[in-house]
Design a protein around this ligand. Structure first.
Ligand code: ADP
Ligand code: MG
Length: 290
């Protein structure tokens, strides 16, 4: 390929909101057959908010929110911020938390007011010996909400549903990618039913749910089995290994014009449509060379 055409393409990309770190990525983009897409912060805005609080019998909404908020002060997860904000909105004063242990992609545990708290995905609470009622899980997950179950001293205390709105142009982006002939596969650590609901809203028919952070890189490699070129779009926060495992990686959701270290192409407009734009640009650039 002629370096000049690639340089011109890279310049056009920059003007269209694509920061191309790696010129080879621009050549490879048109060869992508599969695009793996992170859900939270990529298809969705990454601005989760607590939509529902379902206390278990014998618990009040306030007490569940107060304890969950206290524990989430010890976590950097976006869901944690949503829970803390909701507790503050409810006018609650949050007690201190100690002995915090984070379990990446699953949840968190810690001690609040001398009680042992666990919080996170229902499957994680089950691992900790706390059973979460299936009906509440099914109902909130069917609405596309992320699930935050709360256990106190080994007993189930309640379930929070956290909603993160889709980015407005995600459905259009997925339609364009399908029209370009790509398989689009959503990867998420969320519950199966939550994943299915979001996938349906955005027009994606393939997804992998309950994937832990390391599992996302494995999933990207598996999608490339047989030599298919695989792209990965993520927000670069906890999906850097998956971005690194892809042939071409795209970062969105970082705002401004900060190039993401782990990504070949940073989409500064924070829209998944940038992936389709990059493939279009790749085709146009290479057509000039041929
Ligand atoms: P995604 O893959 O969509 O970015 P994550 O892997 O970050 O999602 O999280 C998956 C699930 O793990 C969440 O939906 C939630 O149930 C649970 N989880 C992980 N960490 C936390 C936390 N600090 N607070 C609440 N829930 C958590
Ligand atoms: Mg994410």
């Amino acid at each position: 390929a002629t370096p000049t055409a690639i340089m011109v393409g890279t310049g056009q990309g920059a003007r269209a909101g694509m920061l191309v770190k790696n010129a080879e990525a621009l050549e490879l983009a048109e060869k992508l057959r599969v695009l793996a897409v992170d859900k939270t912060g990529t298809l969705t805005r990454g601005e989760p908010a607590v939509a529902e609080v379902r206390p278990a019998p014998g618990w009040s909404r306030e007490e569940v929110l107060r304890l969950a908020g206290a524990l989430e002060q010890g976590s950097a997860h976006p869901i944690a911020r949503a829970v803390v904000d909701e507790a503050h909105h409810a006018g609650l004063t949050l007690p201190a938390v100690d002995a915090v242990r984070s379990h990446g992609g699953k949840g968190i545990e810690g001690r609040v007011e001398g009680r042992a708290l666990v919080l996170g995905a229902p499957a994680f609470l089950a691992e900790q010996g706390v059973a979460v009622p299936a009906e509440a899980v099914a109902e909130l997950a069917a609405a596309g909400q992320s699930l935050v179950a709360v256990g106190v001293d080994g007993a189930y205390a309640g379930l929070l549903g956290v909603a993160d709105p889709l980015r407005e142009d995600s459905p259009r982006a997925v339609a364009r990618l399908h029209a370009l002939g790509l398989r689009v596969v959503m990867l998420t650590g969320d519950h199966e039913v939550t994943a299915a609901a979001i996938a349906r809203q955005v027009g994606i028919d393939e997804y992998r749910a309950g994937v832990l952070p390391d599992g996302k890189a494995e999933a990207v490699k598996a999608l490339g089995a047989g030599g298919l070129r695989v792209g990965m779009a993520g927000d670069g926060i906890n999906d850097a290994p998956a971005l690194a495992a892809a042939d071409v990686s795209f970062a969105i959701g970082v705002g401004a014009d900060v190039a993401v270290e782990a990504a070949d192409i940073t989409l500064v407009r924070n829209s998944l449509e940038g992936v389709a734009d990059a493939i279009d640009l790749s085709r146009a650039t290479l057509a000039k060379i041929r």
